[in-house]
Design a protein. Structure first.
Length: 649
């Protein structure tokens, strides 16, 4: 029998022809890894009809047969308290609009937590669908002196039971072959009891029959947790880990970043040397290489950021950090699920906002959504790196730590603290009544993640960043290039203005300073003048509404136009071209500090605004989020400029 898996091309056209097999199970049981293995890592993600809960669907081919595989939201039971859990129950019961009831279920259970998992299995079996139980982490069970008789478990449950070790690819062939016989999967002659006390007795009888011995407490985990979960020492370790995290971002990524920057510099030199048409050379050199290339320079840091996050999550540290921060969440009036949503926002606010679906309280969902954009996402990283480099000497240090890394760490702390305060304020405004629902948080044993899973996670994040560069940022930089180079000026006009038409640099500088972009930047100058921003920064801020990274692209274009040979130095030496500050340097410490703080608070991502609209079903909350963050960004930037001015004299 041959087996192969592929995606469904983003459609459900095979849904009426191929059997639908749904994956169900608790979070962290390995369900998504099995889904990726069956669908060849090409499953499509969308939403269930009429709701904002995400669904992942792919297809798997076994021989000549094709099967639709759907990964349902993870849950610990079938008593729904959140939108995610409600849609999962509706799908299992055939009540979800526009979605067929699954033909069969793959129930994924963790062998190390089998006692808890069997309660969920009992609830699923009561639905009467064909079921195959997939037991994961059996290797870890054996390593920790536990035991489970798989065949006896199958007899006790009355369903097929397969053992799969995902990171070793063990059991996947048998699992694919089992899909071919889904219609013959046995169903228990008597459904498990539904009353909780009787269900507990049923679980105990199954465990006894399967000769199950729970794993011993992981000794290393127990000892390390004694420190990491300590309210004092755990917090100290947490902050130390975060400081080292950002030190690594600068020290390790810097040589890689320099190499990428040198590559784009050489490419720009080739364009200048071989493209004779001035406009085409400017489009390629200034817009694409100077703009997009200026953002792509930060790919090494973006990849390193996600590599470190994936490793910390994979070894089990993120769960411990969530446990420590749960106390902080409680002070903001939010429960642990809100921390999970905010933690997701460190990658991007969009998945963080979408993760609020797990919150049973509508009030908590709104408060968390209003706070999520303040968490420092990866889109801010290129802006922060550029500005921190302008603010702090790369060789400066504070004790054993680099000053740049400490500033970066401070910006992340600023975002996190501000998010907590925002959540507290919105929870206060909405009333703090209501009962907190139970929140379960896995404390997995410390384990090294498989290199394959780490690489997949890092590449997925990097691919998303590169996709944004190839769409939004390319389009924005081309529009900016047009705005910076129009209107056209004749030789007579240039001569009348005293511009040496034989000097390309002088012509370029005059064109940029009298462009449509300059007019637009000067139009909004009254808003940003108190912050020390000139028209070029203003244009960058306006362009950043499409994506924060375009701020870097904008400054890259302007700097490349003013000094194609050394745009980085042009940026440092940039001066105000008009007004009371004419001739003074633009990027002084007070101005850079104001910019950093402005980007820490402003909601400069229309995609995030759109997601808030979709999740809340109204334009009211996106307008509130955009408005309060815009005002806060301006006020905090003004304060940062004032304080930095006092410190630097």
């Amino acid at each position: 029998m041959t087996a192969g898996c592929h995606d469904s091309g983003g459609t459900d056209t095979v849904a009426t022809q191929a059997p639908r097999i749904a994956l169900v199970g608790a979070p962290n049981a390995g369900k998504t890894s099995i889904f990726n293995a069956l669908t060849g890592l090409r499953g499509k993600t969308g939403n269930y009809p009429g709701v904002t809960v995400a669904r992942s669907v792919g297809t798997c081919r076994v021989g000549r047969d094709q099967y639709v595989i759907e990964d349902l939201p993870g849950t610990y039971g079938l008593e729904p308290v959140s939108p995610d859990e409600r849609i999962m129950v509706d799908v299992l019961d055939g009540r979800a609009d526009g979605v067929d009831r699954p033909d069969a279920l793959l129930v994924v259970v963790d062998a190390t937590t089998l006692r808890r998992s069997l309660g969920f299995v009992a609830q699923v079996l009561a639905r009467g669908l064909p079921v195959c139980v997939v037991v994961t982490f059996t290797d870890e069970l054996a390593r920790r002196q536990g035991h489970l008789d798989i065949d006896a478990l199958a007899q006790a449950l009355g369903t097929p039971v397969l053992r799969v070790v995902g990171h070793r690819r063990y059991g996947l062939t048998e699992l694919r072959e089992a899909l071919a016989d889904w219609a013959a999967w046995s169903v228990p002659p008597l459904a498990p009891p539904t009353e909780p006390a009787e269900r507990d007795a049923w679980v105990e009888s199954v465990l006894t029959y399967a000769d199950y011995r729970a794993p011993e407490r992981h000794r290393i985990t127990q000892r390390v947790d004694g420190v990491l979960l300590h309210p004092v020492w755990g917090t100290v370790v947490f902050f130390a880990v975060m400081v080292l995290f950002f030190q690594t971002l600068f020290t390790v990524a810097a040589p890689l970043q320099d190499g990428v920057e040198a590559g784009f510099g050489a490419l720009a030199a080739l364009v200048a040397a071989h493209v004779e048409n001035r406009w085409l050379a400017s489009l390629l050199g200034d817009a694409l290489i100077g703009g997009v290339g200026g953002v792509l320079v930060f790919v090494p840091q973006i990849m390193l950021l996600f590599l470190l996050i994936t490793l910390l999550e994979g070894v089990g540290y993120m769960s411990r950090a969530a446990f420590l921060m749960d106390r902080v969440m409680a002070r903001a009036g939010l429960e642990g699920r809100a921390f999970v949503a905010l933690l997701s926002s460190f990658a991007c606010a969009i998945p963080g906002i979408m993760a609020t679906r797990t919150l049973p309280s509508a009030r908590d969902r709104i408060a968390t959504m209003m706070a999520a954009p303040l968490i420092t996402c990866s889109a801010r990283l290129p802006v922060y790196v550029l500005l921190v480099d302008l603010l702090v000497d790369p060789s400066a240090s504070v004790g054993p730590f680099g000053a740049q890394g400490l500033v970066m760490f401070g910006l992340y702390v600023l975002g996190a603290v501000s998010a907590m305060l925002a959540a507290w304020a919105f929870k206060k405004l909405g009333g703090r009544g209501g009962t907190l629902m139970p929140f379960y948080l896995e404390m997995p044993p410390y384990r090294l993640p498989s290199p394959r899973s780490v690489l997949i996670a890092v590449w997925s994040s990097a691919r998303s960043f590169l996709r944004k560069c190839s769409t939004i940022i390319v389009a924005t930089t081309i529009v900016l290039w047009l705005l910076l180079n129009l209107p056209l000026h004749s030789a007579a006009q240039l001569g009348a203005a005293g511009v040496d038409t034989g000097d390309p640099a002088a012509v370029s500088a005059y064109t940029v300073d009298h462009s449509y972009a300059a007019g637009l930047g000067r139009l909004v100058a009254p808003v940003f003048d108190p912050l020390g921003f000139d028209w070029r920064i203003n244009v960058g801020i306006l362009s950043a509404q499409s994506a924060r990274e375009t701020f870097v692209a904008t400054l890259g274009q302007v700097a490349a136009a003013e000094d194609p040979e050394d745009p980085a130095e042009a940026l440092r030496a940039m001066t105000y071209s008009d007004g009371d500050r004419a001739g003074q340097r633009v990027f002084t410490p007070p101005t850079v500090a104001a910019l950093l703080v402005y980007f820490a608070y402003a909601l400069q991502c229309m995609a995030t605004v759109g997601v808030i609209r979709r999740e809340t079903g109204t334009w009211r909350w996106p307008a509130v989020a955009f408005g309060y963050l815009a005002v806060t960004a301006w006020l905090m930037a003004y304060l940062a400029r004032f304080v930095t001015g006092l410190v630097t004299g």
